[in-house]
Write a protein that binds this ligand. Structure first.
Ligand SMILES: C[S@@+](CC[C@H](N)C(=O)[O-])C[C@H]1O[C@@H](n2cnc3c(N)ncnc32)[C@H](O)[C@@H]1O
Length: 204
């Protein structure tokens, strides 16, 4: 975990929360998809590779009460912890590499924006998918957002694997039924745009 952790800790230390290319002032697409899949505010939700995203703030404001944030970077999570202040004790915090982490419970919503696409190695992808299976139950919703086939080839200096919703479905395998597919042109803080996909799956 150390190499990956130090890469991401350095990225957040160097650029801050709002200077990274993936920064969103309001992660509206993720919020919409989660709200559609989880009308009950007690639904267990995990944001994998949550970084310093404001999704947590928005989910807490919306009233979600069972929220877990996981990231390999302690620096990223501490930004969110500091930002949300007193609400921090309503969140479960996990500093871990998702490809090595052993979940001890399950969630009904698994959300990942711009994390799975960093796994360019098939073994690491398989490890992620095995963890995803362990951490969810049949009927759970899995929302994955990656760079689209027309998106950048790198992010944060690292190569990425780009996907369509269908190629992502192929990679996840038959245990995950593709329910929704969507695209987004993300506007970076530097005035460039990046093509993302959002794919929603139902765990079989
Ligand atoms: C491009 S950022 C996206 C952050 C957040 N999801 C968002 O949309 O703002 C990728 C995040 O994944 C985290 N990350 C990268 N590899 C990871 C891994 N193997 N396990 C857990 N987190 C990881 C990084 O620390 C970083 O916060």
């Amino acid at each position: 975990m150390t190499d990956s952790r130090s890469h991401w800790d350095s990225a957040y230390n160097a650029k801050g929360e709002t200077g990274v290319s993936w920064y969103q002032s309001g992660p509206s697409r993720s919020l919409e998809l989660i709200k559609a899949a989880a009308p009950m505010r007690g639904t267990p939700i995990i944001d994998v590779g949550a970084g310093a995203s404001r999704l947590a703030d928005d989910l807490l404001v919306a009233g979600y009460s069972d929220l877990t944030l996981l990231d390999v970077s302690e620096v990223a999570l501490s930004r969110t912890r500091d930002r949300i202040g007193g609400a921090a004790n309503k969140v479960a915090w996990i500093v871990a590499d998702v490809t090595k982490w052993k979940p001890t419970r399950t969630w009904w919503i698994w959300h990942d924006r711009a994390v799975f696409h960093f796994l360019t190695d098939r073994a690491a992808q398989d490890a992620y998918i095995a963890t995803l299976r362990q951490a969810t139950v049949p009927g759970a919703t899995v929302i994955l957002s990656t760079f689209a086939l027309t998106g950048p080839e790198k992010c944060s200096g690292l190569p990425v694997q780009r996907y369509s919703a269908d190629s992502l479905a192929d990679r996840l395998g038959p245990d995950f039924a593709l329910d929704t597919k969507d695209t987004e042109q993300h506007q970076t803080p530097f005035g460039t745009s990046q093509d993302f996909i959002y794919a929603g799956f139902r765990r079989r």
